[in-house]
Design a protein around this ligand. Structure first.
Ligand SMILES: Cc1ncc(COP(=O)(O)O)c(C=O)c1O
Length: 371
């Protein structure tokens, strides 16, 4: 991998560490997402990856009107950005029910969908929504990740019927996120999607027999996206997130999905404590640190190296080429996980054809905007 397409011609005024966004590549990823989905109507990208007004608006301009989010702040940002249809795909409990209700009341131009998997939480949400406009509630299914969702069909039907009887909720459909479906082999991922589809179809039949409407089925992330896109379920919407910006982690593991890395990190050599060491300013406050330390970022300019330490502000490498690097030298790389990396930065430096053209605030990295 060469960094040349990501390099800034003159980065002398750009402090490091900096998050870099490449709008032309982001646009190309969005176009490919629409193509894979078979049209923008079958796409509901997850905004938790970018958390950025400008990317919501870029997607809107390309006809992607439905978005998924994970926090009230992301939902508020999507609504402020002009998104007409936002699905907050996260359980709402405690004060977040009231925040959600306030957001619904203050955003009449945006349809905001809630996600439920529990009777008690549904009752809390109903209480918060009382007196306001009705809200479509999507039932979250546990399709194998065992993180959230209803796993038994009978319970899913009972919850759906509960929503149908509610004075403030409306039947919003089903949510099937398969975060566990991440085998590197495409055939294995296709097989898991086929198995989940069978169960969802079974549930759909039960709901249809009771005359309950299912206006949407929201399914999948990036690794399973190409397989969900081929599934023939009514009102299916695919909800990949990472591939909008893409990252080293997904590119190296799921080469079949075919997206381009559209975000990078700029760092610099800040110290050379020993003859074989190079220390960069790409610490854990700049690089998402969920994967193991040895593999948190692909450094395109330092092909042979070993990570020997990752601290808040320092990334320490050992490399046989250490002497070739000068103090202050720029390095570019792709984090293994872009979503957690983006959330560490207040803004992204926007780069087009090697030039810095703008700065986009990562507004929804905050947990609370105004609500
Ligand atoms: C509920 C939900 N939907 C969709 C996605 C998007 O998945 P990916 O990041 O693999 O594209 C995620 C990712 O965490 C998620 O949690």
């Amino acid at each position: 991998m060469t960094a040349s397409r990501y390099q800034i011609h003159d980065a002398s005024a750009i402090p490091s560490p900096s998050l870099l966004f490449y709008p032309e590549l982001i646009r190309a990823n969005l176009a490919r997402m629409i193509e894979i989905a078979g049209g923008s109507d079958r796409l509901r990208p997850h905004g938790k990856t970018h958390k950025t007004r400008e990317i919501f608006q870029m997607a809107l301009q390309m006809g992607v009107r439905k978005h998924k989010v994970a926090t009230v702040a992301e939902a508020e940002l999507a609504a402020q950005s002009g998104v007409p249809d936002v699905f907050l795909a996260y359980p709402l409990v405690g004060p977040n029910c009231e925040r959600f209700a306030r957001l619904v009341r203050s955003s009449p131009q945006t349809q905001i969908l809630a996600c439920v998997d529990d009777v008690e939480a549904t009752a809390q949400l109903e209480a918060a929504l009382r007196g306001g406009p009705p809200v479509e509630a999507v039932v979250d299914l546990d399709v194998g990740q065992h993180r959230t969702g209803v796993s038994e069909l009978a319970k899913a039907v009972a919850l759906y019927e509960r929503i149908a009887r509610s004075p403030v909720l409306r039947c919003g459909g089903l949510h099937a996120y398969d975060g566990h479906n991440n085998a590197p082999e495409p055939e294995k991922r296709r097989q898991v999607v086929a198995e989940i589809t069978e169960r969802v179809q079974e549930l759909l039949n039960l709901l249809h027999r009771k005359g309950l409407p299912v206006p949407r089925i929201v399914a999948g992330g990036t690794p399973s996206f190409p397989f969900w896109a081929k599934v023939d379920l009514p009102n299916l919407e695919c909800s990949p997130g990472t591939c909008v910006l893409h990252d080293h982690g997904y590119q190296s593991k799921f080469s079949d999905v075919g997206f381009t890395i559209a975000a990078a990190l700029l760092g610099r050599v800040v110290s050379k404590p020993t003859s074989d060491r190079v220390t960069l300013d790409l610490g854990t406050k700049a690089v998402g640190f969920d994967p193991p330390p040895a593999n948190r970022i692909a450094l395109w300019d330092i092909p042979e190296h070993r990570v020997v330490g990752h601290y808040e502000e320092h990334l320490i490498l050992e490399s046989p080429h250490a002497e070739q690097f000068g103090i202050g030298q720029e390095v570019y790389g792709s984090p293994t996980h872009i979503c957690t990396t983006v959330a560490l930065h207040r803004e992204a430096v926007v780069v087009e054809r090697g030039r810095v053209v703008d700065r986009w605030p990562i507004l929804a990295r905050d947990r609370r905007l105004t609500i």
